[in-house]
Design a protein around this ligand. Structure first.
Ligand SMILES: [Cu+2]
Length: 411
């Protein structure tokens, strides 16, 4: 038994035989690999070289989140509500699960359904970005896409979108990437994707040519990524912690749409395949299927932030149950703003006009034209019009899914 101190906490480590780590006499869930050279826990980022290093990282994570007590109640929603689709970490998928997801994406692509999502995003610009509706807009976008994946075939009804935790390097014990793979969506740099289609012919991944809001996209083959390191994390965990700590949605929204979100886009590839577009390249971003995995992680972090808000509220209001309306208050943590209008800020100077208010209908599902007002920016027929408001999409459970990890600490 070893005992060490860290930030005023007592850490006891029993590593002979079974691994048992106790922080202030509370046992934490931790595991080592077979060679006992790497250790991991859901309560801190990444893998560590020794149990002591892992224990110190758990304390640091708690401290960074201003939750210095150990939060050990790791209640996963999936256990309580088995009917929900559970989205999982792409690095944790078995080969068969990963292949099934990949093949369903290829099916949507060859049937022409995938490309409308590229175009939605190309016309969205500030209707789904640079303001608070960024979160619900992408949430609806991903869920619609996921539903289409599930509808590709009877065997695919239980497919869910995996998330990409880019605060982790996602490598195996031989330092080989678990996510950048020739047998998945390729490596870095220029990626040419091919597969055998439903008709038995070889298919190639093509970015369709189209005129987006502010740029002409030329048709071309493949995906253009940066020459990033295949074995490094994209964004440091502290970047996430700093944003998750913010208790006011208006601050969280701005901060999180920044580095924790766009930081990963930038490393992945500016515009994901369009050299002429602005950084972030709305018009081509979705051409890279990793867009979906990246945004799935953003959606998860929003859900996690909401859970942190709920825990905070419950701690501040003992003996009360969490009111349904509180989620909207968490969306706009300013109780004085009864109208829940979009905040005006340097970050979102036109948020009000760009339909970011809590009760605005989200484009394109409301069958309107985008703010470009071009007829090719109306993707939904009037007959299929759906009024989807941010207010109705604050709780991801209402959309029928959850995540395998919404633990308030650790990622
Ligand atoms: Cu976007």
């Amino acid at each position: 038994m070893d005992t060490i101190g860290h930030r005023g906490n007592r850490i006891d480590i029993e590593s002979d035989g079974n691994l048992d780590i106790r922080i202030n006499d509370v046992s934490i869930e931790a595991e080592g690999n077979e060679e006992r050279t790497r250790f991991a826990t859901p309560m801190a980022f990444g893998e560590f070289d020794s149990p002591g290093e892992l224990a110190r990282a758990v304390v640091d994570t708690q401290t960074a989140l201003e939750e210095p007590h150990l939060e050990l109640d790791d209640v996963t929603d999936s256990e309580e509500l088995p009917r929900l689709d559970v989205r999982r970490n792409v690095a944790d998928l078995a080969a068969e699960e990963r292949n099934r997801f990949r093949d369903a994406v290829f099916l949507l692509k060859e049937r022409g359904e995938y490309d409308k999502y590229i175009k939605f995003h190309g016309f969205t610009t500030n209707l789904g970005h640079s303001g608070p509706a960024f979160y619900p807009w992408h949430r609806v976008f991903l869920r619609k896409f996921e539903r289409e994946l599930q509808a590709t075939s009877l065997e695919n009804v239980d497919i869910t979108l995996p998330y990409w935790d880019y605060t982790s390097a996602n490598v195996d014990e031989h330092d080989v990437s678990k996510i950048w793979r020739e047998d998945f969506f390729g490596l870095n740099g220029y990626v040419r994707l091919t597969w055998i289609g439903e008709d038995g012919e070889e298919k190639t991944w093509i970015l369709p040519g189209y005129r987006a809001t502010d740029v002409d996209v030329e048709e071309r083959e493949g995906i253009r990524r940066n020459e990033f390191s295949l074995t490094s994390r994209f964004v440091a965990p502290t970047v996430f912690n700093d944003a998750l700590r913010l208790r006011d949605f208006r601050l969280f929204a701005r901060e999180f749409e920044g580095r924790p979100h766009s930081g990963a886009h930038v490393v992945l590839g500016v515009g994901n395949g369009n050299d002429q577009g602005p950084p972030g390249g709305f018009a081509t971003a979705v051409n890279d299927p990793f867009f979906l995995l990246l945004h799935c992680n953003i959606d998860r972090m929003w859900a996690k932030w909401q859970q942190l808000m709920r825990d905070k509220w419950l701690a501040d209001n003992p003996d009360m149950s969490y009111p349904v309306t509180q989620l909207a208050e968490d969306y706009y943590w300013d109780k004085s703003d009864r109208a829940h209008t979009a905040p005006h800020s340097i970050h979102a100077p036109r948020a009000k006009e760009d339909r970011h208010n809590l009760t605005d209908a989200l484009w394109p599902w409301d069958a309107s034209r985008s703010h470009s007002d071009r007829s090719d920016s109306q993707f939904v027929d009037a007959a299929d019009r759906e009024i989807i408001r941010p207010l109705d999409r604050l709780n991801h459970h209402d959309l029928g899914y959850t995540y395998d990890n919404l633990n308030p600490t650790g990622f």
